[in-house]
Design a protein around this ligand. Sequence first.
Ligand code: OAD
Length: 247
Amino acid sequence: MKLLRDNARTVVLTGAGVSAESGVPTFRGGSDSLWAKFSPEELASIDGFMANPTLVWEWYSWRRKLIGEAQPNPGHEVLAKLEKHLSKFTLVTQNVDNLHQRAGSEQVIELHGNIHKNKCLRCGRPAPESAFATDQIPKCSCGGMIRPDVVWFGELLPEAALNAAIVAAGSAELFMSIGTSALVFPAADLPVIAKRRGAYLVEINLEETRISPHADEVFHAPSGEVLSALWDQIRVDDKSRPNTVVD
Ligand code: OAD
């Protein structure tokens, strides 16, 4: 792919599709997707949590278990290798599943939080690890209920993460939008920001999205397969260069 082998500022935005090959259900697309079976208003909003905290807590416990049992797939692994291989690489994810980190990515901008973290609804303090062990909603020392530290509908994204992502997108020379429906804002603006500022825009997704018409290159195939093929190509190209070592 154009630019991927060069010293270009490369930014990758990932969504749930990147973890689909690990067996983690996506939110949209197909009858097995989460929002086809469950209500985002009930399970991923502050109003839903206040109406039925136990239901929300149990749903997140179920997802945390499913995600904990999943393994990073070749797509996550290639992105971790790209971080080490490219000098100017930024990974931004909407995923809360920690699979990028488990694959070895060290610098991950998490726009929607992390399902393995909890915080107090009242004072915002992070909850201790022991909060995971219970089926009951744990309470903070301030008396507030503990909730998952993920972004729910209607909530603001973590400011530092969003700012870092916007800055990276604005200066990207290569921007790859991978496994996201690009329907949830402000994350969905990032590929457009990058394109408007002159980035070469690549999309990897099983289907057309609202990003596809703007993309310079589109791969309609599973992200693990496409990323593995791109990595193989980098290795071939690097080996043909003198004095280059690739792992
Ligand atoms: P979605 O579930 O909306 O979209 C997943 C995308 O991945 C779809 O466009 C699929 O076509 C594509 N896809 C599925 N399997 C794939 C594969 N193997 N390879 C490549 N693409 C594949 O997920 P997101 O765009 O991440 O927000 O959703 C954005 C946000 O909506 C999530 O972060 C979550 C959700 O509500 C919050 O929880 C705040």
